[in-house]
Design a protein around this ligand. Structure first.
Ligand SMILES: Cc1cc2nc3c(=O)[nH]c(=O)nc-3n(C[C@H](O)[C@H](O)[C@H](O)COP(=O)(O)O)c2cc1C
Length: 397
C-alpha cells in the first residue's frame, strides 16, 4: 500500500474527508456530476437520513475478538461485503479511471462492476485482469445492441451481468443543467478563476479529455465524440422494457444475472421466480426518480419477498462501515459503493480507491467488534432500532 494511504489513515480520513478533497480538486461541473441527484435531491438526502435513523444495539458479551468480514457471493469468496458499483465516465476523474478502480477492487479482494458508459471498453477492462468483474447494461430499443453488449461481456470473461432497470428515461439532474456540464468540459474566460486549485486535475487529464467518450458505443463510420453519442443515447433506451426482456437476458447470459434498481417487493419476488440470480436494491443514488424511497427503507420488504431464494444487495448512501452493518443486519448480502470510489479516484487514482475500500473495511470490522458479531451472519435485525416520527419507537427485530 502506498505511503499516501498510510498518511491518510494516520490523519483519520473518512469517506466524507475524501469527498471534501475531491470537491477541492475537481472542476465544479465534474464534482457535481458525481455528487448530484435528480430535481430537489430529496431521495439523495433520504438515502443518508434513513441510515442515520437506524440505531445500533450492541451485544458486547457475545465476544468477538476476531472478526471475519468475508462473504460468499455466487460461488466466489470476497474479502469484504462491499463491492464497487457501476459509474459512467469514471475516466473523467482519473486517467484510466475504470481500470485503476477495478485494480484496487481486485487487490482488496472484492468485485468491480463496469458501467455501460465507461471510458475504457469492455475488453480493455477485461485485459487489465480485474476479477471478479461484472458488466452493467441497459435494454435498448434495438435489442441487437443489448445482445451485442451481453455477448461482448461473455466473450471477455465477465463473471456477472447487471441489468439496470431504473434508467429507462434519463433523470432530470438540474445541477448538471445549471452547470452547463459538457464533456469535454468547456472553459470560458469566466471559468478560469474557478479553475484555480484544479490545475493538477487539468494537467493529469489534458491529454485524456479529448478522448473521453462512451467507448463501448463507438462505431466505425459514426461520430464517436461524446456529445454525439450522448445525444443518441436517450433515444436508444427503451421505457417499454418488460419481464420478457428479463427472461430473454436470463437465457442469453451464462452466469450470475442481477437486476439493479429494484425497490418494490412484488418486483423482487417476480425476479426470483424469473430465474434472476440476484437483486440490487437501488434508487440510482437519487439520480433518477426524485421522491423514491430510501434503499435501506425498501430493503426489509424485499428481503421478505424473496425469502432467501436469491441474494439481495444494496447501494445508495453507504458512507460508513456502520451503514454496511445495518444493511447486512436487515438481510442484505453485500453493499455497493459508487460515489465514494469516484472521490478516491479523484484524489489519488488507484491508491485513493484502495483507501476508500480500506476505510470501509476497518469501519465494518470495528463496528462488528463493538456489536459483538464475529461473522457477518451473526448480526440480525434484533440489533437494530428505529426512531419513528410518531410516539412509538420500533425495534426492527
Ligand atoms: C457519476 C455516476 C455515474 C453513474 N453511472 C451509472 C451507470 O452507468 N449505470 C448504473 O447502473 N448506475 C450508475 N450510477 C449509479 C450507481 O451505480 C449507484 O446506484 C448510485 O450512485 C448509488 O450509490 P452511491 O450512493 O454509493 O453513489 C452512477 C452514479 C454516479 C454517481
Amino acid at each position: 500500500m502506498s505511503v499516501s494511504v498510510e498518511t491518510w489513515r494516520r490523519k483519520g480520513y473518512s469517506l466524507a474527508a475524501m469527498r471534501d478533497l475531491a470537491r477541492r480538486g475537481l472542476p465544479r461541473p465534474v464534482f457535481d456530476f458525481a455528487d448530484g441527484g435528480a430535481e430537489d435531491e430529496g431521495t439523495l438526502r433520504r438515502n443518508a437520513r434513513a441510515f442515520e435513523d437506524i440505531a445500533l444495539v450492541p451485544r458486547p458479551l457475545n465476544g468477538a475478538a476476531e472478526r471475519d468480514l468475508s462473504i460468499e457471493l455466487f460461488g466466489r469468496r470476497l474479502s469484504m461485503p462491499v463491492l464497487i458499483g457501476p459509474t459512467g465516465l469514471s475516466g473523467l476523474f482519473w486517467p484510466g479511471g475504470e481500470i485503476v478502480a477495478a485494480r484496487a477492487a481486485t487487490a482488496a479482494g472484492t468485485a468491480y462492476c463496469l458501467s455501460h458508459a465507461s471510458v475504457c471498453t469492455i475488453e480493455e477492462l477485461a485485459a487489465a485482469g480485474a476479477a471478479p468483474r461484472w458488466m452493467q447494461i441497459f435494454i435498448y430499443r434495438d435489442r441487437g445492441l443489448t445482445r451485442e453488449f451481453v455477448e461482448r461481456a461473455q466473450a471477455a470473461g465477465y463473471d456477472g451481468l447487471v441489468l439496470t432497470i431504473d434508467n429507462q428515461l434519463l433523470g432530470n439532474r438540474e445541477r448538471d443543467i445549471r452547470n452547463g456540464f459538457t464533456i469535454p468540459p468547456r472553459f470560458g474566460a469566466l471559468d478560469l478563476a474557478a479553475m484555480a486549485g484544479k490545475l493538477p486535475w487539468l494537467m493529469r487529464m489534458r491529454r485524456e479529455l479529448p478522448r473521453v467518450t462512451f467507448a463501448n458505443y463507438v462505431r466505425p463510420g459514426e461520430a464517436s465524440d461524446i456529445g454525439a453519442i450522448a445525444a443518441r443515447m436517450g433515444a436508444m433506451l427503451d421505457p417499454g422494457m418488460s419481464w420478457r426482456d428479463v427472461e430473454w437476458l436470463r437465457d442469453l447470459w451464462k452466469g450470475p444475472f442481477l437486476l439493479k434498481g429494484v425497490l418494490h417487493p412484488g418486483e423482487a419476488a417476480e425476479a426470483a421466480r424469473s430465474g434472476v440470480d440476484g437483486l440490487i436494491v437501488s434508487n440510482h443514488g437519487g439520480r433518477q426518480l426524485d421522491g423514491a424511497l430510501a434503499t435501506i427503507e425498501a430493503l426489509p420488504r424485499i428481503v421478505a419477498a424473496v425469502n432467501g431464494a436469491i441474494p439481495v444487495l444494496l447501494d445508495g448512501g453507504v458512507r460508513r462501515g456502520a451503514d454496511v452493518v445495518k444493511a447486512l443486519a436487515l438481510g442484505a448480502a453485500a453493499c455497493l459503493v459508487a460515489r465514494p470510489q469516484l472521490w478516491g479516484l479523484a484524489v489519488a487514482g488507484e491508491p485513493g480507491v484502495a483507501h476508500v475500500l480500506d476505510i470501509l473495511r476497518r469501519e465494518i470490522d470495528r463496528v462488528m467488534g463493538l456489536m459483538g458479531a464475529a461473522r457477518i451472519g451473526d448480526i440480525g435485525p434484533d440489533q437494530l432500532f428505529r426512531q419513528s416520527k410518531g410516539s412509538r419507537d420500533i425495534a426492527l427485530g
